[in-house]
Ligand binder design. Structure first.
Ligand code: NAP
Length: 349
């Protein structure tokens, strides 16, 4: 359980107010980047919990890597996490760690459960044992709604998870709720719908499309194979969604919130928006490959974010078109500069 610390902050001069400390599990992911950015901008001391073998992934934080502290600790190591919580005395803890690609959870359901539910349970237990008033955020997912029989979904919609990832997320969600109820912890969950950014790995459809549009524009590709163009998703911007996470932990009372745009867009609209950004007609480059087709869903996963709007004052700031434009521009730049960095490689998938 030896925990290695790096870049630990020196004590502030007397009389100076200590910045709030935030611990983030899953700091090297998409949301970890945007959340770190937000917290650093707001004067937080940010500490990432990164397993020793994953330390190289700190590079995915780019310019932020030098501004965060790192604790080298396994998320399966309860004693190590307890030590980190005791030593760093966090004001806020964000549990964002999860397998990156949902379908892969079928390959390792137990590992998924241990990572997703186990990390939440161990961190909550550490807060309780250390006895500090740390506020806890659990990254829940719209995947927990699963086989929905109504749309849109809000905080009262029943959960019917359809895969091991969603089942693990649901277990973690209820574990967090139980800790809130039984031990009076300030614990919240954000039931987040899809959120994207230039930091999404190319295994996700938004990034697959933005990268293909940029590559075709630059003559580095000539076609894009897709599944159903009629599939619909509630796609938001990761930077907006991490703002909601932070707002939950600043509220007077802990609670759970559905976070999404409340708007559905088809894959066809996604493709059209991306190719429009580079001045190309998507219909000349996009082919439907039946291999990628999935059964149609009768009801769609789409958020009703009314509670977050009314109670947290949260609203998405980046529109669907603006999001896709950001992603395509970032991919154009990377391809032109030859700087496809770690977070954009297929290995992240
Ligand atoms: P992401 O980019 O896939 O990041 C996942 C993070 O978890 C990374 O830091 C990753 O570390 C870490 N991780 C994965 N396996 C690990 C392991 N075995 N041990 C320790 N750390 C491990 O995910 P995201 O898009 O930022 O999402 C953040 C959270 O929100 C996740 O819990 C996700 O399930 C949830 N969520 C996301 C969405 C969405 O649309 N993005 C929607 C709903 C919920 P490495 O960098 O080392 O791989």
């Amino acid at each position: 359980m030896a925990v290695a610390y790096a870049r630990m902050q020196l004590p502030l001069p007397r009389g100076q107010r200590m910045a709030k400390t935030a611990l983030i599990a899953g700091i090297t992911g998409q949301d970890g980047y945007y959340l770190s950015h937000l917290l650093l901008e707001r004067g937080y001391r940010v500490v990432g919990l990164i397993p020793p073998q994953r330390q190289a992934n700190l590079a995915k934080l780019d310019e932020l890597a030098a501004r965060v502290e790192v604790c080298a600790v396994e998320l399966t190591d309860a004693a190590g996490l307890l030590e980190v919580v005791e030593t760093t005395q966090p004001d806020e803890i964000y549990n964002l760690a999860a397998p990156s690609f949902v379908p892969k959870s079928w390959d390792d359901p137990l590992g998924t459960l241990d990572l997703v539910t186990g990390t939440a349970t161990r961190l909550l237990a550490a807060v309780r044992q250390v006895g500090i008033p740390a506020r806890f955020y659990q990254a829940s997912s719209s995947e927990m709604f699963g086989a929905v029989d109504c749309s849109p979904q809000d905080e009262t919609t029943p959960f019917r998870p359809k895969n091991p990832y969603a089942a693990a997320k649901l277990h973690a969600h209820w574990t967090m709720v139980h800790h809130r109820q039984r031990y009076d912890l300030f614990a919240c969950s954000g039931i987040l719908f899809n959120h994207e950014s230039p930091r999404r790995p190319p295994s996700f459809v938004t990034r697959k499309v933005s990268l293909a549009a940029a590559a075709i524009k630059l003559g580095q590709g000539d076609r894009l194979e897709m599944g159903s163009l009629d599939a619909k998703r509630d796609w938001g911007y990761a930077g907006d969604h991490v703002e909601a996470m932070w707002r939950m932990l600043q509220a007077d009372e802990p609670d759970d919130y559905v976070i999404g745009t409340g708007q559905l867009h088809t894959v066809r609209e996604l493709v059209a928006a991306a190719f429009d950004c580079v001045g190309l007609d998507w219909q000349q480059y996009v082919e439907v490959n039946p291999r990628f087709l999935r059964p149609d869903e009768h009801f769609q996963l789409v958020a009703n974010p009314t509670k977050a709007r009314e109670q947290l004052g949260w609203q998405p700031q980046v529109s669907f078109d603006a999001l896709i434009e950001r992603m395509v521009k970032a991919d154009l730049e990377r391809l032109q500069n030859g700087t496809m960095s770690a977070f954009s490689s297929d290995s992240c998938g």
